[in-house]
Design a protein around this ligand. Structure first.
Ligand SMILES: [Zn+2]
Length: 245
């Protein structure tokens, strides 16, 4: 039986989304169709065997609470899982993932501020000592920020993405003027600039500013290049990214 995979009629989505987004959707649907429906359950069984059973004591401790020292903000992209890249154990890293690893500025306007809620919890309750923003190569969100191909679409048909990555508009304009809106050079510049935007926006939160001033919190920028699996760390002073040796 054919399952309905979308909240919107397919014809409506196809009529309004740009070709590149449609191609990505098509690829996703093909992947979903070919996926073994028990893949998740099989993965869970492997986890029980190798990730849970040998570490029962650790899981017992975690039952009483979490005390991660690090918060990481990363992209939702399926290729850049922070726990995998940093090889951390459960309980060590508080993670927020969203399109393009963005942090909005401190805002008190009506709405549902998911990233701000997570930041508040991490900084004020968990008292993390470091927040790392991790951008990545071949980021679809940054690419669309650069091309503005979803500009003017309505919510549910690209509008939510367009609105979200509008957080990059200010950083995008000089890049587009200097390097154009297509090609890896411009895309990479946008991906690196997005990390800086999120770091700048983190500093607009009063609780973060206060903790930075008191030396209780550190902010770091990083970038994961998918093609060679290399992590780059941003220099606080120069803003330049250098690969980790
Ligand atoms: Zn991304």
């Amino acid at each position: 039986m054919q399952k309905d995979r979308s909240c919107c009629p397919d014809s409506v989505m196809r009529a309004s989304l740009p070709v590149s987004i449609l191609t990505a959707m098509k690829q996703r649907m093909t992947d979903t169709e070919s996926q073994d429906p028990d893949k998740l359950i099989e993965g869970y069984r492997r986890f029980r065997k190798s990730g849970w059973n040998p570490h029962r004591e650790r899981w017992k401790e975690l039952r009483d609470g979490q005390q991660p020292d690090l918060m990481i903000i990363a992209c939702s992209d399926s290729r850049v899982d922070p726990s995998q890249i940093f090889d951390v154990a459960p309980g060590e890293m508080f993670v927020v993932r969203n399109v393009a690893a963005l942090v909005p500025p401190f805002e008190t306007s009506p709405g549902h501020h998911g990233v701000s809620a997570a930041l508040e919890f991490a900084v004020q309750v968990l008292k993390v000592k470091e927040i790392m923003v991790m951008g990545h190569g071949m980021c679809g969100g940054c690419k669309v920020a650069l091309t503005r191909e979803l500009h003017g679409t309505v919510p549910g048909e690209g509008g939510f993405i367009a609105d979200w990555i509008g957080l990059l508009d200010e950083a995008r304009d000089p890049i587009a003027n200097e390097m154009g809106t297509v090609g890896r050079n411009a895309e990479r510049a946008m991906e690196l600039a997005a990390v800086q935007v999120s770091l700048d926006n983190l500093r607009t939160f009063p609780c973060i500013r206060r903790k930075l001033k008191d030396g209780e919190l550190r902010l770091r920028g990083s970038f994961f290049a998918i093609s060679d699996g290399a992590l780059h760390i941003m220099d606080d002073e120069s803003g330049a990214f250098a690969p980790v040796r």
